[in-house]
Design a protein around this ligand. Structure first.
Ligand SMILES: N[C@@H](CCC(=O)N[C@@H](CS)C(=O)NCC(=O)O)C(=O)O
Length: 203
């Protein structure tokens, strides 16, 4: 298997994290998304017509884009994806929540800081809205974790893997997780799992 990825991409990291937790060997091909490499004609034609990473290239050459689809594909038949119908639906529920209600609000402030974009009055107003929605979503997570250790059932699933990525780097975008002790404890629990790999190599 080969993972088409970008070093700082949170969505790519979701897949790298699961591959680490599953102790699975793979090759990695890194792209410079900032430099537009994933929009080159060869990439659009041969890897992902949507111009994004991550993409998992299977042994037979099939290209599978979308981090959620990749996580579910890799987790099938492992403890990271329950077999019971309702538990599986709960995993999807949290993965859809992550994509629609959480990701953008947490990732964009971090991306703007990473790119060093100028914070114009319009961007400042947008940031306020992003933080409002982001803190709301973190509140949903905090309440869900009030009486449980992981998002679905009593062990980690791909829902935890997907949900972990953006909150754990959200302070890089200016978020303060002080008011979310359950979320912080859960982040530590994920980081302590055997096979855990960090977003960036240490040092
Ligand atoms: N829904 C997609 C989103 C993928 C995505 O937005 N990838 C970003 C990196 S985190 C990317 O490739 N950005 C480059 C671009 O859009 O040009 C997923 O979950 O995989």
């Amino acid at each position: 298997m080969r993972l088409h990825s970008a070093p700082k991409s949170g969505n790519s990291y979701k897949v790298r994290l699961l591959l680490g937790l599953l102790d699975t060997e793979y090759e990695i091909v890194n792209y410079d998304t900032k430099g537009g490499e994933t929009h080159a004609p060869e990439y659009l034609e041969n890897v992902n017509p949507d111009g994004k990473v991550p993409v998992l290239e299977l042994e037979d050459g099939t290209m599978l884009p979308e981090s959620g689809a990749i996580l579910l594909y890799l987790a099938e038949g492992t403890p990271y994806l329950p077999e019971e119908k309702l538990e599986r639906a709960q995993v999807w529920r949290w993965m859809f929540f992550e994509q629609y209600s959480l990701l953008l609000y947490l990732s964009r402030p971090r991306l703007w800081r990473m790119l060093g974009v100028e914070i114009t009055a319009q961007r400042r107003a947008e940031l306020e809205q992003l933080f409002e929605q982001g803190y709301r979503a973190l509140g949903v997570m905090e309440r869900h974790l009030s009486d449980r250790e992981f998002f679905v059932g009593d062990r980690p699933t791909v829902a935890d893997v997907a949900l972990y990525v953006y909150p754990h780097v959200s302070p890089e975008g200016g978020y303060d997780l002080e008011g979310f002790p359950k979320v912080r404890a859960w982040l530590e629990r994920i980081a302590a799992l055997p096979g855990y790999v960090p977003l960036m190599p240490p040092g």
